[in-house]
Design a binder for this molecule. Structure first.
Ligand code: PAN
Ligand code: ZN
Length: 197
């Protein structure tokens, strides 16, 4: 049926779907995700909101699509910029298209098999294609909320568990004020205080 609900007007600065269920993540929902545990614990007393996602889900047939609108706040835990949890799709073949709406950020992609990582800019007038078998995380490196939409198959599903076991290998940190992608291991080693083995 070609009903009116097939069309949606949204505000690119605050893209939310009216009457949709909103999933809101606070810092406390991302325990174990950030590299600097000390900075994480310190910020936890404020427990800031990191991001909200509202989902435009019209139909549930095998060939249908979901559009998720994200609003990711600016900020850092230690040197590491605020990000979304990140996930694989349960149906690993499922790709996704991200469309940047406002703000300034990146998508961090990591292939499940060969662990290759790559960073792609995400901002207004930019899209990023996330292929199947690829973990994806959104990162805000700006000073205002990063807003975006992700369009994916209703069959995709979200698998967070695989990343809880084995976090992204790379992290995006501020170095001389610039976003810099480094190895998580390198960062962890750099943080071990001298004299501690
Ligand atoms: C997005 C994400 C959204 C939130 O809609 O779900 O950016 O990120 P997490 O789900 O990793 O917390 C998407 O990629 N859907 O498939
Ligand atoms: Zn996804």
């Amino acid at each position: 049926m070609l009903s009116d609900v097939l069309s949606l007007k949204f505000n690119p600065l605050v893209p939310e779907v009216k009457d949709a269920e909103i999933s809101e993540k606070h810092l406390s929902d991302l325990k174990g995700y950030f590299a600097d545990e000390h900075a994480y614990e310190q910020l936890l007393s404020e427990d800031p909101i990191l991001y909200r996602v509202s989902t435009w889900e019209i139909a549930h047939g095998d060939g249908d699509l979901i559009c998720g609108f994200g609003i990711l706040q600016p900020g850092k835990v230690g040197d590491e910029y605020f990000f979304t949890k990140g996930h694989y799709h349960e149906w690993r073949e499922a790709a996704e298209i991200y469309v940047g709406l406002s703000g300034e950020g990146y998508m961090l992609l990591e292939h499940e098999t060969n662990k290759e990582s790559k960073l792609f800019p995400l901002s207004a007038n930019r899209i990023v294609y996330v292929p199947g078998y690829t973990a994806h995380r959104t990162i805000n490196v700006g000073t205002i909320p990063l807003t975006y939409m992700g369009i994916y198959s209703v069959r995709a599903g979200h698998d967070y568990g695989a990343l809880v076991e084995n976090n992204f290998r790379k992290i995006l940190v501020a170095r001389d004020g610039k976003p810099t992608l480094i190895d998580r291991r390198e960062y962890a080693n750099a943080r071990i205080p001298k004299g501690v083995s």
